[in-house]
Design a binder for this molecule. Structure first.
Ligand SMILES: *Cc1c(COP(=O)(O)O)cnc(C)c1O
Length: 341
């Protein structure tokens, strides 16, 4: 039994999800004739109280499309130094949209309205790139699954409105924030111009993300998706997995959060651990004591069939998910308690 805690993207569809997929009604989605994709898009748009939604093969493509919809070449995006769009999308912001990123030095991937204000270039100072868009991530990936303080997001929205900036939410793990806090999809829909959400992380689908947004911005979305190669045909089989997951895998994310907290509690007491970052959702980030060799530690876990990843900067990451069973959890807690380094 391999216990894979490297990411919440390692899940396999459950039997019931497979059944929902196999019985999907499909059509050609490039012609907008796939009834299941249309139903998924409509459902997610309504959840967020947004005008439109578009189904994408990946979160990266959904985000990259959003950046393109908000900007012109030469413009600048304001985001955190940990942002996925900056660190983990292959340089797509510059490749696809010809924009640069003005990085904010935030806390665990989050920043303040005050920092946003300070990062805006004066629009009439034509020597500087034109600030166009503020991009945030909730929960933060590299920030360890941290959830934003909603009132800070409201303040940032005010700054965006005052300075004519778009506001995009990379919500690859927004489902986790929705379950962990009291704010709803509608609250987020009211604040942002565009939001990407992911079906293939916590919700356990094999593929898929959805971009929701306001009509005026989204009218070009389908064209940008086509240009990026994301126009798909009988893709309702995957949309069916998304619909199934919204019904059956959303509320259960709280179990992932509970498991992550229990892992964190064991790590806090472990003699080989220097520091555990606060755990709010399904991501556990920790550092080892200086005298411990990271490779030796990772190999020792592997010998016990536990796989986790290194994030650089001495940080290690574990992510709980749908396929992480009770038995696996007991094994992990026991191993972390008893492992000799
Ligand atoms: C995983 C992730 C994405 C991208 O999703 P892919 O489907 O892997 O392209 C975007 N943003 C964040 C914060 C993520 O964690």
């Amino acid at each position: 039994m391999i216990i894979d805690l490297r990411s919440d993207t390692v899940t396999k569809p459950t039997e019931d999800m497979m059944e929902a997929m196999m019985s999907a009604h499909v059509g050609d989605d490039v012609y907008k004739e796939d009834p299941t994709v249309n139903a998924l898009e409509q459902r997610i748009a309504e959840m967020f109280g947004m005008d439109e939604a578009l189904f994408f093969p990946s979160g990266t493509m959904a985000n990259q499309t959003a950046l393109k919809l908000h900007t012109n070449p030469g413009d600048q995006i304001i985001c955190d130094k940990y942002a996925h769009i900056y660190n983990y999308e292959g340089g797509g912001a510059s490749f696809n949209s010809g924009v640069s990123c003005n990085l904010i030095d935030g806390e665990r991937g989050m920043f303040t309205a005050h920092q946003v204000k300070a990062a805006i270039n004066p629009p009439d100072f034509y020597h500087s790139p034109l600030s166009r868009l503020v991009e945030i991530e909730n929960t933060t990936n590299k920030g360890g699954g941290a959830c934003w303080d909603f009132s800070e997001l409201e303040k940032i929205k005010t700054v965006c409105d005052t300075h004519n900036l778009g506001f995009h939410l990379d919500g690859a793990r927004l489902w986790n924030a929705l379950v962990a806090q009291q704010y709803t999809a509608q609250h987020y829909g009211a604040l942002f111009d565009t939001i990407s959400v992911c079906l293939s992380k916590g919700l356990g689908c094999p593929i898929g993300s959805v971009l929701v947004g306001k009509k005026a911005l989204m009218k070009n979305g389908i064209r940008v998706r086509k240009i990026l190669g994301g126009g798909m045909r009988q893709v309702g089989y995957f949309a069916a997995a998304g619909l199934y997951a919204l019904d059956h895998h959303l509320e259960r994310l709280s179990e992932d959060h509970q498991n992550a907290k229990e892992i964190g509690a064991v790590l806090e007491l472990a003699p080989y651990v220097k520091r555990v970052e606060p755990i709010e959702t399904n991501i556990v980030i920790f550092e080892l004591q200086e005298k411990i060799d990271v490779t030796v530690f990772l190999n020792r876990l592997k010998e016990n069939n536990i796989h986790i990843i290194e994030m650089g900067g001495g940080k290690l990451r574990m992510v709980t998910h749908l396929n992480y069973t009770y038995t696996m959890h007991k094994t992990v807690l026991y191993t972390l308690k008893t492992i000799m380094i």
